[in-house]
Design a binder for this molecule. Sequence first.
Ligand code: ADP
Ligand code: ASP
Ligand code: MG
Length: 406
Amino acid sequence: MRLIVQKFGGTSVASSKVRELVVQKIHSAMEQGFSPVVVVSAMGRKGDPYATDTLIDLARSSYKHIAARELDMIMYCGEIISAVVMAGTLQAAGIDAVMLTGGQAGIITDNNFNNSRILKVDPSRLLSLLRMGKTPVVCGFQGVTVDGEFTTLGRGGSDTTAAALGAALNAEMVEIYTDVDGIMTADPRIVTNAKILDSITYAEVCQLAHQGAKVIHPRAVEIAMQKNIPLVVKSTFSNAPGTLITSTAKGDTQETAVTDKVATGVTYLPNIAQIKITLDAATTHNESYKVFKAMADSGISVDLINVHPGQIMFTVMEEVAEKAAAKLRSLGYAVETVGDCAKVSVVGGGMREVPGVMASFVEALSRNNIPILQTVDSHTSISVLVKKMDVSKAVVALHEKFGLAN
Ligand code: ADP
Ligand code: ASP
Ligand code: MG
């Protein structure tokens, strides 16, 4: 049996017209000799009746601080509705489809509601359906705990479902169908001349996804990478070949695992706040330990960390900024919070030890009068913190500066 997992995102299942395109993609995989496992997201995007955001708004309209467990139950419904509709559409097209929840498909998670991790996948039910010639249609984004609690895998988590099923089934390929022709050098909603990448390594796309490129969930990439299962990101709405994600840039096992491109893409993470702590001269080097321990004890993750003799700076997600500042003030620190920030990053597997990358980065921003609040770099990325109002300008300027439109 040649197995393929085909995942269709929210816009790909939003209307009966586009669901017909999905049927064509599934038919085409079958004609090529594959037995497909279909994974679907909730139908549509914010504002559509059964979209995840709509269900969240509905739950919060009754009580803003609805418990994470109950929120998971309502979010669960979005993918169930979608999978039932998709299975019906496939049956009407003569495909013997069987709809399964995440739990029925064997996905067992921890009980970290709203952002659960997959602990294991038992593919036996899927395999027996496939052997009977049936086409499973699995609800993305969801699983079940060993105690039978319903869980979800974090926003955008249907990609994770697809990769986890692909890994458990040892599928030949996992296809992620969406509304763009592949992974691009930047979000096409911001950079109009962004280019589609033919191929990209797991490592690079992981960086892009972690730094904000919403086109694929980073955990999906990590899972596929562990089992070396090729992922392809492509459009439901065209026949473009899409972007192949493998351990080598061209999908060729003879090549090294790192591309020679200094910059592969530009991305951004919105809704960030900067926290600055001014230390007086009498403080000891122990202060940074105390500060970061306090954040860890409060369950707050920190990023973009700079520690100087008189000052500690770091960033947190905007939604926890007040909590972080209050905790630090309660410990006696002088804290300043700068809200409405975003992290803009250039990612490239080949930027390691290339001189002048940071200089080019800073030049592009200063030419556009974009103040830099903080910087951080790694072997494969450079990031800066800027004010929210400068994000689009910064992404466009960096995309241009690093020659990504050519
Ligand atoms: P789906 O519902 O199919 O999972 P998503 O909205 O999660 O779709 O992801 C697709 C969207 O990701 C695109 O419409 C695009 O605007 C956005 N996006 C952000 N960064 C990138 C990028 N680098 N390449 C392609 N798309 C991107
Ligand atoms: N429907 C879920 C979300 O909107 C999962 C997904 O689309 O991947 O986050
Ligand atoms: Mg998505």
